[in-house]
Design a protein around this ligand. Structure first.
Ligand code: AP5
Ligand code: MG
Length: 187
C-alpha cells in the first residue's frame, strides 16, 4: 500500500507518517530527511540543496526527481511505502504516478493534514527554539507556506480526481490524529 501524506509545512506529516509506517510495517520515505542528511554530510547533493532549503524554497526538480526515482526503486519500497514530503510538484507527481503504474501499483491513499496557518507557524517556531532547524526562521517559514500554496496545494485537485484524497483534521493530540487516520484507511 502506498500512502501519501500531504500538508503544509508543520502540519504533522513527519509525526503521523512515522506512526503510520510503524503500524503498517511500511518504509517511510521523507525527501526532507534525506536532503537534511545530505546537507549535514556536505555531499554534492547536500551542497546543492542547502541554499534552497535554508531559504524555504523547493530544491529544483532536476535534483529531486532522480532522488525520488532512486528511493522508489529500493527493495524496501517495492510493496508499499509512506511518502512524506513528496511528491510536491506536478513533475514529481507525474514521476510517482508513472513509476507505480509501470509496476502495476498506484497511490492508494492521499491524506491531507489540515491545520490552520497560525497553528503550523506556532509549531515551527516552537521547534526552532527546541531544535534550531535552519528553515524554521520567520522568513523561511513564510516562503515555505507560499511555496506550499503555489506548487504543492494544486496536487490536491490532481489526486482528488481519482477519489483518493481524504482530509484529516490535523489539530488535536498526536494520538487522536493517528486514530482518525487509522479509521480513514481502515487498518
Ligand atoms: P520537509 O522536511 O518536507 O519539511 P516541511 O514540508 O516544511 O514540513 P515539516 O517537516 O516542517 O513539517 P511536517 O509536516 O513534517 O510536520 P512535523 O511532524 O515535523 O522539507 C524541508 C525542505 O526540504 C523544503 O522546504 C525543501 O527545500 C526541501 N524538500 C523536501 N522535500 C522536497 C521535495 N520533494 N522537492 C523539493 N524540495 C524538497 O510537525 C511539526 C512540528 O509540530 C514538530 O515539532 C512536531 O513535534 C509538532 N507536532 C506534530 N503534530 C502535532 C500535534 N498534533 N500537536 C502539536 N504539535 C505537533
Ligand atoms: Mg517533516
Amino acid at each position: 500500500m502506498f500512502i501519501l501524506l500531504l500538508g503544509a509545512p508543520g502540519s504533522g506529516k513527519g509525526t503521523q507518517g512515522k506512526l503510520l509506517a510503524e503500524r503498517l510495517g511500511l518504509q517511510k520515505i521523507t525527501t526532507g530527511d534525506i536532503l537534511r542528511t545530505a546537507v549535514a554530510g556536505a555531499t554534492p547533493l547536500g551542497l546543492e540543496a542547502k541554499k534552497f532549503m535554508d531559504d524555504g524554497k523547493l530544491v529544483p526538480d532536476t535534483v529531486v526527481l532522480s532522488l525520488i526515482k532512486e528511493e522508489l526503486a529500493k527493495p524496501e519500497a517495492q510493496q508499499g511505502a509512506v511518502l512524506d514530503g513528496f511528491p510536491r510538484t506536478a513533475a514529481q507527481a507525474e514521476l510517482v504516478d508513472r513509476t507505480l503504474a509501470e509496476r502495476g501499483q498506484r497511490l492508494n491513499h492521499v491524506l491531507l493534514l489540515d491545520v490552520p496557518e497560525e497553528e503550523v507557524v506556532r509549531r515551527m517556531m516552537a521547534r526552532a527554539a527546541r531544535e534550531g532547524r535552519s528553515d524554521d526562521t520567520p522568513d523561511a517559514i513564510k516562503t515555505r507556506l507560499q511555496v506550499y500554496q503555489r506548487d504543492t496545494a494544486p496536487l490536491i485537485a490532481h489526486f482528488a480526481q481519482r477519489g483518493i484524497v481524504r482530509r484529516v483534521p490535523g489539530t488535536g493530540t498526536v494520538d487522536d490524529i493517528a486514530v482518525e487516520i487509522q479509521r480513514i484507511i481502515g487498518r
